[in-house]
Design a protein around this ligand. Sequence first.
Ligand code: ASP
Ligand code: MG
Length: 427
Amino acid sequence: MIQKIYKFGGASVKDADAVRNLADIVGQHKDEDILLVVSAMGKTTNMLEKALANFREHDGNLGMDALHEVIAYHDGIINGLFGEDANPGFAENIAGLFIELWEKLQKTDAPYDYQYDQTVCYGELISTSIIQEYLSKCDIPTRWLDARKYVIAEDDTHFRAANPDWDEMRLRISKLNDEHIRGLVCITQGFIGGTADGKHSVTLGREGSDFTAAIFANCLDAEEVTIWKDVDGLLNADPKRFADTVKIPHIPYSEAIELAFYGATIIHPKTIKPLQNKGITLKVQSFLNPDHEPTIIDGNHRKSDESIPSFIVKDNQTLVSITPRDYSFMNVHNLQVIFEACDELRIHANMIQTSALMLSFCFDSDAQRLSQLRNLLHNSFKIKYNEGLQLFTIRHYREGLELDFIAGKSILVKQSSRSTMQFVLGA
Ligand code: ASP
Ligand code: MG
């Protein structure tokens, strides 16, 4: 029975040393029946997005340059791990994956979202292949699983933000427990999945590997998921942005969902629900200091959990303000029309505010989705928008905590509840 899921994100496998460190951690726990869920290495997903964009703009040369960058990056890691003695079968396997990727990058007649999933998934396929080979070299017996056969999309219409088909996933993933051989470390890809017929790849949305870990944990009835990070657990703010961050030792699922929803990037927002539903503990632990205590996220509530305020910044926000052309109120009917359009376009509102004549919300900037939204609503609504904004949220707010961060910035929206204060900020 697989009881523990370890998720390793891009930063934890960004170079040969990082992969060695992963192997050390896994080596220490290899008898515990673990499943590894691993992301693409470093910034590979961004590099693949760039390659895809270049191919689609019919600039084959630039596209090839970007693809070569991806190949060179992985070659560097492979050399660092295996030197001259990479096993020929392995080298062939990796070369084969790059050829498939190259072929798929050229199929630019397909819709963008579709081609995105067929190509970007190679980041994870390649990273897990390299890591499996390295674990074998370290005498850690593994089984490589193609996540596209387990993480199944509900339909083949929503690429780039697949809706998982829970019944189908449960059926397929739970079988792994019967097939699982004690002492084997299973390794699979985060972020990617497939359609039920096995014909197409899908992805779960950027940073979706945490969600993958939660999907496997839920369907396997696992005990716990550990997300291995380059920070010492869940901090109350991003240390790259705020000085004096502190580690939150414990929070309940509900609080983790709030933080993720507002943009705490440490956990993908969809991760918590599948864990909460089965009472599976989530640990956030440092791969740099694996002996430090992790943050624990579970179903227990403790009074002390609310004593530490959290600061969350989400960049690259677009604020749209929508007003009915006929001057009708922003009533339930109008809200329904607008939210249905958002739902159809998979636009996720990070902050919503309404007044008599206006609905304002902000979402992660996406030029394509914004123009589709404007097209859908144009006949009945006037739409204004501002781009390049920040959403700043303080959980467990106390007066004055915002001042340093907002100093010198313009406040476009301010909203507060008993426990949360939010600002949409311009430059
Ligand atoms: N590789 C994907 C990304 O960079 C998924 C992940 O890392 O969670 O978004
Ligand atoms: Mg990540």
